[in-house]
Design a protein around this ligand. Structure first.
Ligand code: B12
Ligand code: SF4
Length: 482
């Protein structure tokens, strides 16, 4: 069976799909090939299928003629909510030409509602077992395939929950040979980088997080299996860096320790970055991670106000974040802090708490975002209970910024939230700059200043609000005095 996997293009801030505008994006956000398609193609290949991958984040839409030439038996699309508008255009183009299947987070949320948009089959949840069964049972015995929804004689058939992956260790490595890896901006500190996932599922319940694909049950690969995947791709593609996409890379300390020792003992010469929870690391563990090549860690801190952190469901003490950031700074590990302003419980006071916290506890990089309610999350339910038009903005979610046209907080207007975010981002930029100036050697100053100048002119060029620096100047003394 011939399969064509398509990764639909993202949608930009102006809410235009790159398919519509005819542009494609290659920078940052198309830095990595998608792991989901990587795994599915590897499984399909094992089942004897001929596979091709078309990632529309790094390639132009090639016209219907190209699809006709490949003549696939099935087109498989994978999408987050922010890719869905592009899915509709592609499915519309292919309607009547070739059967289409959609999987990924968006399909796992909206299920049968998506069938009327030119899609023939919707696949929910984890896809490895679904695809294995789908290629065996297509087209006559679809009822035998768990985890799909389709129409038969005009009636919707739903085969129930998919068969989840119990043993992640048994999965093949992602089939990166179907991707043109040179098309991605996958350079990490001068080294070729690939994404990797070493665990699935998460037992926490943060209000903004969508967990409809991997669920609550954590399933981990062994340290040895992760290490083997790294060696395999190092040998095959000469990679020198790994980006772990796990939600909870640090959930089991002993596994992280064992993984680090494998890298150290085998002199693996790999640098890597991951997302960790601040309450799951300490100085000793971070030190070991650093010795093993960990270059950068990201923390979801969310708010600088403990009550808001508690309401988010983070189950983390801010003091733990303070310690973890200090530890990273002592060790020289690059740290990134993720924060949100505009949560339902935010007030002017808590917004300022967040800005002050981020300023006082300096991570090397900072990200402040306005929370978006994704369908299937508790925040979505909160929005609906508050009578906010959460459903109306689903299709305008974009890859680079998903700013809802309303405020979740009764105490902050949209405009105020934007103001705090702008202030926070400017403080973030200044803080990163201050740190850079501190750590840069005198001889490298001209290069740094040139970089700053280029960045600043490009920001101004992009019409970043010129009033923002004034807001920072006004607010800085206040932040410093507290
Ligand atoms: C890496 C990542 C990114 C990366 C790149 C994504 C990529 N394509 O590789 C970047 C940084 C760009 C990113 C950005 C965003 N992300 Co993101 N991201 C992730 C993350 C952490 C890992 C994704 C991953 O590689 N998973 C591993 C693979 C194996 O899983 P998978 O892709 O889901 O595929 C499996 C199934 O979905 C299914 N499947 C998928 N496709 C198909 C197709 C078929 C035919 C079938 C049968 C099955 C199937 O089978 C696969 C194997 O089991 C997830 C969290 C998570 N745990 O998954 C969030 C997640 C996907 N992101 C999310 C969000 C909200 C965003 C942003 C909108 C955030 C923002 N506001 O800026 C942007 C939007 C980006 C965009 N493209 O539009 C949400 C999605 C919610 C939603 N409704 O779409 C998630 C789930 C986080 C969360 N828990 O809330 N993200
Ligand atoms: S944000 Fe992270 S810790 Fe919270 S539920 Fe999602 S994956 Fe789990």
């Amino acid at each position: 069976m011939r399969l064509l996997f398509i990764n639909p293009p993202n949608i930009d801030r102006s809410n235009k799909s790159y398919l519509e505008s005819g542009k494609i994006i290659r920078p940052e956000y198309a830095s990595f090939p998608p792991l989901g398609i990587g795994y599915l193609a590897a499984i399909a290949e094992k089942e004897g299928c001929e596979c091709q991958v078309l990632d529309l984040n790094v390639r132009d839409w090639p016209s219907k003629k190209y699809i006709q030439e490949i003549s696939p038996d099935m087109v498989l699309l994978s999408a987050m909510t922010s890719q869905y508008r592009a899915v509709k255009i592609i499915a519309g183009e292919l309607k009547g030409e070739v059967p289409t299947v959609l999987g990924g987070p968006h399909a796992s949320i909206f299920k049968e509602k998506l069938l009327d948009n030119g899609l023939d089959i919707i696949a929910v949840g984890e896809g490895e077992n679904t695809i294995r069964s789908l290629v065996k049972n297509f087209p006559d015995n679809l009822e035998q395939v768990s985890g799909i929804i389709f129409k038969k004689n005009g009636c919707i058939e739903n085969t129930g929950d998919p068969e989840g992956v119990e043993d992640c260790e048994s999965l093949p490595f992602p089939a990166w040979h179907y991707f043109d890896l040179d098309l991605y901006a996958n350079d990490y500190h001068g080294r070729k980088c690939l994404p990797m996932i070493s665990s699935r599922g998460c037992p926490f319940h943060c209000v903004y997080c969508f967990k409809g694909v991997f669920g609550d049950k954590i399933r981990m690969r062994s340290a040895e299996s992760i290490f083997q995947e790294i060696l395999f791709f190092k040998e095959k593609y000469n990679i020198g860096a790994i980006l772990f996409q796990d939600d909870l890379f640090s959930i089991r300390r002993s596994r992280v320790e064992e993984f680090c020792r494998l890298l150290i003992d085998n002199k693996a010469d790999i640098i890597w970055r991951c997302l960790v929870r601040a309450d799951q690391v300490d100085f000793e563990l971070l030190k070991l991670m650093q010795q093993a090549g960990c270059h950068s860690v990201a923390f979801g801190i969310e708010s600088g106000n403990q009550e808001v952190v508690d309401k988010v469901g983070k189950k983390m003490e801010l003091e733990q974040a303070v310690t973890a950031i200090k530890d990273c700074n002592k060790l020289g590990i690059i740290s990134k802090g993720y924060y949100m302003i505009g949560l339902p419980w935010d007030t002017p006071q808590t917004a300022m708490d967040t800005i002050r916290f981020a300023r006082k506890n300096r991570t090397s990089q900072l990200q402040f975002t306005i929370p978006t309610a994704f369908p299937g999350t508790e925040l979505w339910e909160i929005g609906k209970r508050k009578g906010l038009a959460v459903e109306d903005c689903v299709e305008s979610f974009s890859w680079d910024e998903s700013r809802p046209p309303f405020s979740f907080s009764d105490h902050l207007t949209e405009k105020q939230i934007e103001g705090y975010i702008l202030t926070a981002r400017n403080i973030g930029i200044l803080s990163v700059l201050q740190r850079k100036l501190r750590v840069t050697k005198l001889k490298d100053y001209p290069r740094l200043l040139k970089k700053v100048f280029c960045k600043a002119s490009s920001l101004i060029y992009k019409k970043i609000k010129l009033l923002a620096p004034a807001a920072v100047i006004l607010i800085l003394p206040y932040c410093q005095s507290t």
